[in-house]
Ligand binder design. Structure first.
Ligand SMILES: Cc1cc2nc3c(=O)[nH]c(=O)nc-3n(C[C@H](O)[C@H](O)[C@H](O)COP(=O)(O)O)c2cc1C
Length: 191
């Protein structure tokens, strides 16, 4: 059984990013894929200190937060879906802290993300979607992760009124389902 990990970068309780990242995981065929959602709102991830200690230590030396727990889940997963709310046209800073540290530890600890399959989901109330989506794509590409396409970008316009209004964004759900279908095909081919 192949494993898919979803990471939601929203701090909001039952927010749109958490809903859509969970929705993506729910679209995988349960008989072939196991899935797990990690909402970062429940965890503490400190920013990268830029100490470069991971070059020698082969791990992050900040050990008083939840980074290692999430990094190990990322390393174990065959598929990775990263969801973020758009904050001033960018990825949420706590999620970026995770991705900065995971990407750097990955480099020095030996190509642990190579051959995984995955992609981003972003949620914005109105604007800045392209910048945040591209920011996540850049992270996937430099980490040697294979990113399938979809019928449209896997984005949602939500969050203006209620925390959960991505539930009404049928178009986002359609393109996310299509993305999961493509991701499943690539993962199966690489198995
Ligand atoms: C600090 C902050 C900055 C935001 N910046 C943007 C933005 O640049 N563009 C936008 O369309 N929405 C922006 N929003 C709205 C969120 O992207 C929107 O509410 C989204 O649904 C949040 O996702 P969540 O429900 O998963 O937390 C911002 C919200 C906050 C709190």
């Amino acid at each position: 059984m192949q494993k898919v990990l979803g990471v939601s970068g929203s701090m909001r309780d039952k927010g749109n990013t958490e809903f859509l990242t969970g929705y993506a995981l729910s679209q995988f065929d349960e008989s072939r894929f196991s899935s797990e959602l990690i909402p970062l709102k429940d965890l503490t991830i400190k920013p990268c200190e830029g100490c470069y200690s991971c070059m020698e230590a082969k791990k992050c030396i900040i050990d008083d937060d939840d980074f290692e727990f999430v990094f190990n889940k990322m390393a174990e997963a065959d598929g990775l879906i990263i969801g973020s709310p758009v904050y001033f046209s960018a990825v949420h800073p706590q999620l970026m802290s995770l991705l900065d540290r995971a990407g750097f530890v990955r480099i020095w600890s030996g190509e642990r993300f190579s051959g995984k399959v995955g992609g981003p989901i972003t949620v914005a109330r109105r604007a800045g979607q392209n910048m945040a989506f591209a920011q996540l794509l850049m992270w996937f590409f430099i980490n040697d992760i294979i990113v399938p396409g979809s019928s449209y970008w896997t984005i949602s316009v939500a969050g203006a009124k209620a925390a959960r209004d991505a539930e009404d964004d049928q178009e986002a759900q359609l393109h996310i389902s299509h993305f999961v279908n493509n991701m499943s095909k690539v993962m199966t081919a690489l198995k």
